[in-house]
Design a protein. Structure first.
Length: 169
């Protein structure tokens, strides 16, 4: 959501009242900053001639497929840029989704922590933004996986602020 809000903040003064530029993006967004910069440039060009967006436009930026469209609703108070995100790896099996999420996050964060001092403990806290499941499912999924990492603890933080240990060495 922060991605779409940043685009809205940057472009809202250019989009005429009564219009919203809609985006459909795959998640996770590859090369986040570069993609946002390039997408902002492209949207600035599209806004100069909204008739270009009468039909949905599929564009490719840094390996991200993005659909851009214009919605004319006539209301002045609506957001000027709005987005929907589709997960590239979604699966109807909730446990498979949790395993994919955990594997991606743990391996990504483990790579980022390789340079840290090995004599000090390293904990990983993950925000649970997958509202379809809870800590027990994450804990179970983690027991089914064999991932190499240096974390002494892995914690799951829910949006309500509650913290659940998933792994402890």
């Amino acid at each position: 959501m922060a991605f779409a809000n940043a685009l809205n903040d940057e472009l809202e003064h250019l989009v005429p009242d009564g219009h919203t530029i809609g985006l459909v993006l795959s998640s996770p967004i590859l090369q986040h900053r570069k993609t946002k910069t390039k997408l902002t440039q492209m949207l600035r060009e599209y806004i100069t001639d909204l008739s270009f967006l009468r039909e949905d436009r599929k564009i490719e930026i840094n390996g991200n497929t993005i659909t851009v469209y214009i919605n004319h609703h006539g209301e002045a108070g609506y957001k000027k840029v709005s987005a929907a995100f589709l997960n590239r790896s979604s699966n109807p099996n909730i446990l498979a989704n949790v395993e994919q999420i955990l594997e991606d996050r743990i391996l990504t964060k483990a790579r980022k922590c390789l340079h840290l001092d090995r004599s000090r403990p390293i904990w990983l806290a993950l925000l649970n933004d997958y509202w379809l499941t809870e800590a027990e499912t994450y804990r179970y999924a983690l027991t089914r996986m064999s991932l190499e990492h240096r974390f002494q603890k892995i914690l799951l933080v829910d949006r309500d602020g509650s913290v659940h240990p998933l792994f402890e060495e």
